[in-house]
Design a protein around this ligand. Structure first.
Ligand SMILES: NC(=O)c1ccc[n+]([C@@H]2O[C@H](COP(=O)([O-])OP(=O)(O)OC[C@H]3O[C@@H](n4cnc5c(N)ncnc54)[C@H](O)[C@@H]3O)[C@@H](O)[C@H]2O)c1
Length: 247
């Protein structure tokens, strides 16, 4: 009799809460062991404990993604991942004329550079085959009052396409998921006015649930999904279709 096959490992950043947590749970259900990478120790440990209680294989690794050397060291220490989900991201509302260079540096460090560092370190270890899935945002198309966030997510899309081309010969499929508004703390933290404006712009009249995004990630992570490279899957309730006047 063959020894039982170990579960393939998925690294999910920002998985202590919100979209990342939903992704971690979904990938567990789909048969992956999941490493929850987050800077929030208590929430990360609680997430891992809850998933383990449900019979899944999940563990927490504390990491501040702004510490790029620590990312490399962590990837070296962990078993080789089959899947990397670059989900963690930071957001802030700030009008264009109030933005400082430091705002860009901070945003890019977590949303873009950390994603690059983790992907490069993981791809080096993956050898032949693997999946990298980046969480972008619908706002890469443009939005008001957070130019630095918009630019960071446009960079995630560009990086996804560039990595897809360079890693394809190595059998690594790189794609992105671009959510519209999703009901998480990131949105709950915004002013009532900003949340009402976000909701008013939704063609469906509602925000997505984190599970909707996890579903798209699970599709891209599945070994059954093949032949898709460098794509951006919009999960935005139709918002990116644009709004006509109806005549
Ligand atoms: N919520 C939305 O409406 C929405 C829409 C489009 C895209 N997104 C993107 O989806 C992703 C997840 O968003 P969310 O709504 O779940 O956010 P969230 O703020 O609820 O959760 C983000 C998670 O990332 C972790 N994180 C942030 N910075 C970190 C760092 N430096 N090091 C380690 N961990 C860090 C946080 O601790 C948290 O657990 C982000 O990339 C975000 O830009 C969200």
């Amino acid at each position: 009799m063959n020894a039982p096959q170990e579960k393939p490992l998925a690294l999910v950043t920002g998985a202590a809460r919100g979209i990342g947590r939903a992704i971690a749970e979904r990938l567990c259900k789909d048969g992956f062991a999941v490493a929850i990478l987050d800077r929030e120790r208590e929430a990360g440990l609680a997430c891992a404990a809850e998933l383990s209680t449900k019979g899944h294989s999940a563990f927490f690794e504390p990491i501040d993604l702004a510490d790029h050397a620590a990312i490399r060291a962590l990837v070296e220490r962990l078993p080789t991942p089959a899947v990397v989900v670059n989900n963690a991201g930071i957001f802030e509302n700030k009008p264009f004329f109030e933005l400082e260079a430091e705002d860009f540096t901070r945003m890019m460090s977590v949303n873009v550079t950390a994603l690059f560092i983790l992907s490069q370190a993981a791809a080096r270890r993956m050898g032949a085959g693997g999946r990298i899935i980046n969480i972008a945002s619908r706002v890469f198309l443009g939005a008001r009052n957070h130019a630095h966030y918009v630019a960071s997510k446009a960079a995630v899309v560009g990086l996804t396409r560039a990595m897809a081309m360079e890693l394809l010969p190595q059998g690594i499929m790189v794609n992105a998921v671009a959510p519209g508004g999703v009901e998480t703390e990131m949105v709950a933290r915004q002013s009532e006015e900003a949340r009402a404006a976000l909701l008013a712009l939704q063609p469906t009249g509602s925000l997505a649930q984190p599970a909707d995004i996890a579903n798209a990630v699970a599709f891209l992570a599945s070994p059954q999904t093949q032949f898709i490279y460098g794509q951006v899957l919009m999960v935005d309730g139709g918002k990116s279709l644009g709004g006509g006047l109806g005549f």
